[in-house]
Design a protein around this ligand. Structure first.
Ligand code: TPP
Length: 568
């Protein structure tokens, strides 16, 4: 515990606490109720502020920064509309377990509850979408709330926290500064001891003839990639990852079967049906993966998670280990035996051979799957990739193989269109030396398109790969397959000229439409470290396969080759 003798304002103290915690960058947008804090931020030499074009952009940038660096992401908004513009991002961060600190201005304490100008009860509104939130009523309370907030955001299962900061409290003087050991670095805070019996846990795995590891986003938050690889190799067990877990296990590893679930590979989903043991490592049996209680019907089920609330929440399991994934796997590993799993691995290989990812690449039009594969090859799989939500998101998940954690940024739980562009910007600020590519669709791109100005203003080298089908493609796909081709309100009868639009923001841009232009397009797109937009025109009727229809499970998976049957 430390305490200052000199009285400073709440606003000044907030800046000092952020600096002390190691915050180097914040994303925000000022307004009346947060001005005293911004006035103090003006003097900070340690914190860089990125002025965005919309508060939703700020919070998704903070998310992209956090996911790609493992650190806390910080965003700032004024009271009322500024604060409510953060709500989608807070919900997104809650569902995907991303550590975010949101600081919002609030009307002065004497005006709270009077419907004052730009008053919104952001504390009340955000109770269900934050891990912790607080209305700071006195400057004396600030350091206590601040410490609590970042400890909770970063500790255990990460998530968003919000500090609502009334204007008079920003101006009020305090000498109280009780925060200790502030750090935004991951794994800084004490981790709970692993609870459960790792030996019994490992025995169940040892007895399995057909084990499958099912890895989720928790593996990224726990920095457990090395341990997962060691476990898979020691047990000779194939590994599937969720959408959020991509990169936690190398996509190019011979034991990888890629992503499972609604648009996962056929071989991963078939492995789920055939395995006799499934080990969930930091995933949550999400309904896009495990719709019904008969998930992995022939398997003994085991689950490791840091959040005890996840155990037996949706799918019942036989073995539980509660704790940080990295620590838990380290405890299991000594008890794991190799075992001969040749026939299981051979079976997996033949599933891969007989049920590959597939699409029709004939004709002159450019197929997004092919284009993504070219970008993957050209970047040697080393880019950080963010996506928006829709078909392009699933194609990117399928055709860009991720070998490293923290390189895949997507809105998994909430499915937030508008996430991709700002998330890429946040990731680029956190990783200036890496190539960052935003894969987007013509619908999603227009939801946070204003952040092109942030790229231009900061002279950032963010690449934008825009697949234009002049449709809300994923909606169209469902309407084609399940609503007898009634394309109700999914077609854009007007779209802007995206090339001219990007150029208006000083971003070099190009449109391609024919197969013969692919090489030229890829070269243009990736030629240097600067920003670029490539608009790739794709057929509206192109679909994402495999697909497990909504409400169905692994048994009902439709592969590309089954499409004919489906349409009869
Ligand atoms: C904010 C928001 N509104 C609506 C949806 C529902 N939705 C899911 S995918 C999709 C279509 C996305 O279209 P586009 O961005 O063009 O991508 P495409 O599917 O064509 O690749 C829609 C409308 C959503 N996920 N998020």
């Amino acid at each position: 515990m430390s305490s200052t003798t000199e009285a400073i304002t709440g606003g000044r103290l907030m800046v000092e606490l952020l600096e002390e915690a190691g915050v180097e960058i914040v994303f925000g947008y000022p307004g009346g109720a947060i001005l005293p804090f911004y006035d103090e931020l003006y003097h900070s030499k340690k914190i860089k502020h990125i002025l965005v074009r919309h508060e939703q952009g700020a919070i998704h940038m903070a998310e992209g920064y956090a996911r790609s660096t493992g650190k806390l992401g910080v965003c700032i908004a004024t009271s009322g509309p500024g604060a409510t513009n953060l709500i989608t991002g807070l919900t997104d961060a809650k569902l995907d377990s991303i550590p975010i600190l949101a600081i919002t201005g609030q009307v002065s304490t004497d005006a709270i509850g009077t419907d004052a100008f730009q008053e919104a009860d952001i504390f009340g509104i955000t109770i269900p979408i934050t891990k912790y939130n607080a209305l700071i009523k006195k400057a004396d309370d600030l350091s206590r709330h601040f410490e609590e907030a970042i400890k909770i955001a970063m500790g255990g299962r990460p998530g968003p926290v919000l500090l609502d900061f009334p204007k008079d409290v920003q101006l009020e003087k305090t000498t109280v500064r009780k925060a200790t050991s502030l750090k935004i670095a991951p794994h800084h805070y004490e981790r709970p001891k692993v609870k459960g019996d790792p030996q019994e846990f490992a025995e169940a795995l040892n007895q399995a003839k057909r084990p499958l590891l099912y890895v989720g986003g928790g593996a990224i938050n726990s920095f457990a990639s090395a341990e997962i690889k060691a476990l898979a190799e020691k047990a000779n067990a194939p590994v599937t990852t969720t959408l959020m877990g991509l990169g936690a296990f190398p996509g190019t590893h011979p034991l990888s079967v890629g992503m499972l679930g609604m648009h996962g590979t056929a071989y991963a989903n078939k492995a789920v049906l055939e395995c006799d043991y499934i080990l969930n490592l930091g995933a949550r049996f999400d309904d896009r993966v495990a719709k019904y209680q008969d998930f992995a019907p022939n398997a003994v089920r085991a689950h490791v998670d840091i959040d005890a609330a996840e155990f037996n929440k949706r799918i019942n399991v036989d073995y539980i280990l509660h704790g940080d994934l990295k620590d838990a796997i380290r405890e299991i590993l000594p008890f794991v035996k190799g075992g001969d799993r040749t026939s299981w691995i051979d079976n997996i290989q033949s599933l891969k051979k007989n049920h590959p990812l597939d699409f029709d690449n004939s004709g002159d039009s450019i197929k997004p799957q092919d284009f993504l594969h070219r970008v993957y090859t050209k970047t040697k799989g080393e880019a950080i990739v963010s996506t928006d939500v829709g078909q392009h998101q699933m194609w990117a998940a399928q055709y860009y193989l991720f070998d490293k954690p923290n390189t895949w940024l997507t809105s998994g739980g909430l499915g937030t269109m508008g996430y991709g562009l700002p998330a890429a910007i946040g990731a680029k600020f956190g990783n200036p030396d890496k190539m960052v590519i935003c894969v987007t669709g013509d619908g999603s791109f227009q939801m946070c398109i204003q952040e092109l100005a942030t790229i231009a203003q900061s002279n950032l080298g963010v690449k934008i790969l825009l697949f234009n089908n002049n449709f809300l493609g994923m909606v169209r796909q469902w309407q084609e397959l399940f609503y007898e081709e009634r394309f109700s309100e999914s077609q854009w009868t007007y779209n802007p000229n995206f090339v001219k639009l990007a150029e208006a923001y000083g971003i070099p841009a190009m449109r391609i439409e024919h197969k013969s232009e692919i090489d030229k397009g890829v070269d243009f797109f990736l030629k240097d470290n600067g920003s670029a937009l490539i608009e790739v025109m794709i057929p509206a009727e192109e679909k994402v396969f495999p697909m497990i229809p909504a409400g169905k499970s692994q048994q009902d998976l439709i592969e590309f080759k089954d499409l004919g049957k489906l349409k009869k």
